[in-house]
Design a protein around this ligand. Structure first.
Ligand SMILES: Nc1ncnc2c1ncn2[C@@H]1O[C@H](COP(=O)(O)OP(=O)(O)OP(=O)(O)O)[C@@H](O)[C@H]1O
Ligand SMILES: [Mg+2]
Length: 610
């Protein structure tokens, strides 16, 4: 289970937050205003029909006076025509607005996700983020376009009915209005309970999405560990909970509707009774009597509608809050205002102001801990000359990846400084560093697309020739040409159609295509066959030469030619020197190396055929 619990939310509608969202939509102001106007006009025409009928009954039927008939027919036709037009217009506009809003929310969210630092992804499950960007964005679009419009229509409709009623007959109006509070209380009460159940349903839903996500991503591991039975049990429990909550919501809805209908009948009954008496006493016309029956029925619609929309707003509130929470998350690593002013940002870079990079790197009393954990580095010091090749070795969890992630500024030191060419890297911009940096992460990620697209990813304007050259440099050319479609071969999601070694070679090509001054390679722990290993080793030698480079090595054979090997233990440098020096030292590196060497020799012998 993800362990990332949904936050609890306030029960009342948070108007300020909705205003915030509507403000975000300010570029669609025109559509929103037009929608509001068309809803008000539609509700006005809709309330005019009973009034027209009253006129027809009183004038044409009761009095037999047909003088105004042609005008009446003309007005009636006009009303029908305008209702038809407004209905067409609002459905079109709402549909358009809905897709605009969803698109905008997703765009804003996606941009923010690009800016957020590594640390955000450490603590936020992918399934959670996906749900925000898909179903929550959809919900917000839905409520902003359809919900808001229902609300406007409902209120306008109610006001126009009240105006119509009171201008016709105050006493009968008061009778209808008397039943009103009961209806309002009942409606809001039920909507609240229904909402609570919907919320429970959604909570289960988001947990189920998370479980799906983990289930799918981890399908192979699950199979390998034969955990299917257990996982299925957990899933069954979740979907069972969701079913129960859904049924409860449906049952409550089914009680609510008949109650409202009954209340409506009560007020129609009251009008029949009082209105009937008034009519018989000739205090009101038959037209008036009929218009009140119509209004008594009609006025229930907007109350139900408004109560429904309110509760929809409440339930969409959680979606909106979570989305806002994502959008408003500040990246941990940001450039200072004055630095952006000079260097530009990723949208608007100003490379003409960037100082050239030499590649000298210094860790000065660096402390570091991940948000969730204890200190990984404490008073860590290291000085690397420009062009020096550094290897980091050490047991798992020693802090090797942490050190190189700090160099890349995926994380920043919690204490001390990292200097590049003698200047704290926080005094320069992230894009300045990234544009001079090639890195291959421990889990190299390829995007679904072709091999060429993946290599070009680090330099979008690279020519086909440059892509081929990069592949040749890292000795990946031959294997790529042997793939079905050469450079146009699809690599699959995450590159899963390539072997681990092949994926690494493609990431190498991607890392060097922009000819970076600093190169970082966090070698994958998984083993590759000897042939690929030889290819990778050759590639590494080529890639490292002439750049300041850091290589986290698990296969020690790849680093013999490095200028300096650092043996990291528990976040500290235990031994440092080149391969020969460390072997002579006969310390931890010596042990590591001879162990691995013997292991490999043993494997070779065991794999030999007799
Ligand atoms: N994203 C993270 N969030 C919290 N703690 C982390 C994170 N990444 C690493 N750690 C912790 O920091 C310490 C150093 O981890 P690091 O990944 O740097 O080790 P490593 O030397 O690269 O190991 P390996 O050889 O397995 O790759 C470990 O205790 C690890 O549990
Ligand atoms: Mg690591």
């Amino acid at each position: 289970m993800s362990g990332y619990e949904e936050q609890e939310y306030t029960k009342n509608i948070d108007v300020r937050m909705w205003i915030k969202i509507i403000k975000m939509m300010s570029r669609y102001r025109r559509e929103m205003i037009l929608l509001t106007i068309s809803m008000i006009l539609l509700s006005l025409t809709d309330t005019m029909y009973p009034r027209m009928n009253k006129y027809a009954i009183d004038t044409f039927i009761a009095e037999g006076d047909f003088n105004g008939f042609p005008v009446f027919v003309a007005i009636y036709m006009l009303l029908i025509a305008s209702s038809t037009f407004f209905i067409y217009y609002f459905i079109r506009l709402s549909g358009k607005l809905e897709s605009f809003v969803v698109y905008l929310m997703r765009q804003i969210g996606f941009n923010r996700l690009q800016e957020l630092s590594f640390s955000y992804y450490d603590k936020t499950p992918v399934g959670w983020i996906m749900a925000r960007m898909t179903s929550d964005a959809q919900r917000i679009g839905d409520i902003i376009s359809w919900g808001l419009q229902d609300l406007i229509y409902g209120f306008a409709f109610m006001i126009f009915i009240l105006i119509n009623m009171f201008t016709i007959n105050v006493k009968l109006s008061l009778i209808i209005v008397a039943v009103f509070p009961v209806l309002v209380v009942v409606s809001f009460y039920f909507q609240k309970i229904i909402l609570k159940n919907h919320r429970a349903v959604r909570k289960f839903n988001s947990k189920i999405t998370g479980a799906y996500n983990e289930g799918i991503n981890g399908a192979r591991t699950t199979k390998a560990l034969t955990r299917e039975e257990l996982n299925f049990g957990e899933f069954k429990e979740l979907s069972g909970g969701m079913r129960k909550a859904s049924i409860r919501a449906a049952v409550i809805s089914s009680i609510y509707t008949p109650i409202v209908i009954a209340l409506g009948s009560v007020s129609v009954g009251l009008i029949l009774w009082f209105g009937g008496v008034e009519y018989q006493n000739a205090l009101i016309s038959f037209g008036t009597f009929s218009v009140f029956i119509a209004y008594a029925i009609q006025i229930y619609e907007p109350v139900q509608q408004i109560a429904g929309v309110f509760s929809e707003f409440q339930s969409a509130q959680a979606a909106a809050e979570r989305t806002i929470q994502l959008i408003e998350t500040e990246p941990d690593i940001v450039d200072k205002e004055e630095i952006i002013a000079v260097y530009g940002d990723s949208v608007n870079p100003k490379p003409e102001n960037w100082p050239p990079i030499n590649g000298e790197i210094e860790f000065k009393h660096v402390d570091f801990n991940y948000k969730t954990g204890e200190k990984v580095l404490e008073d860590f010091n290291l000085h690397v000359k420009a062009g020096e090749r550094i290897a980091l070795v050490g047991e798992t969890g020693a802090g090797k990846s942490t050190i190189v992630n700090l160099i890349c500024r995926f994380y920043e030191p919690t204490g001390g400084q990292i200097l590049i060419d003698g200047v704290d890297y926080r005094e320069r911009s992230q894009i300045w560093l990234r544009s001079n940096l090639g890195y291959v992460l421990q889990t190299p990620h390829l995007f679904s697309g072709t091999v060429a697209e993946n290599i070009r990813y680090a330099k979008m304007d690279a020519t086909d020739e440059e892509v081929r050259e990069a592949a040749k440099t890292v000795r990946a050319y031959d294997f790529i040409m042997n793939l079905g479609n050469g450079f146009d071969t699809e690599v699959g999601e995450g590159g899963n159609r390539l072997s681990t070694g092949q994926r690494q070679l493609v990431s190498f090509a991607r890392a060097i295509i922009a000819n970076p001054r600093i190169f970082v390679l966090d070698e994958a722990t998984s083993s590759v066959d000897t042939e690929t290993e030889r290819m990778i080793q050759q590639a590494v030698d080529i890639v490292l030469s002439g750049r300041t480079s850091f290589i986290v090595a698990h296969r020690l054979s790849t680093i013999r030619s490095c200028d300096r090997i650092l043996l990291i233990h528990d976040g500290k440098i235990m031994e440092a020197g080149n391969h020969k020096q460390l072997i002579k030292l006969r310390g931890a590196y010596y042990n590591l190396y001879t162990n691995q060497f013997m292991q490999e020799a043993e494997n070779r012998i065991l794999n030999e055929r007799f």
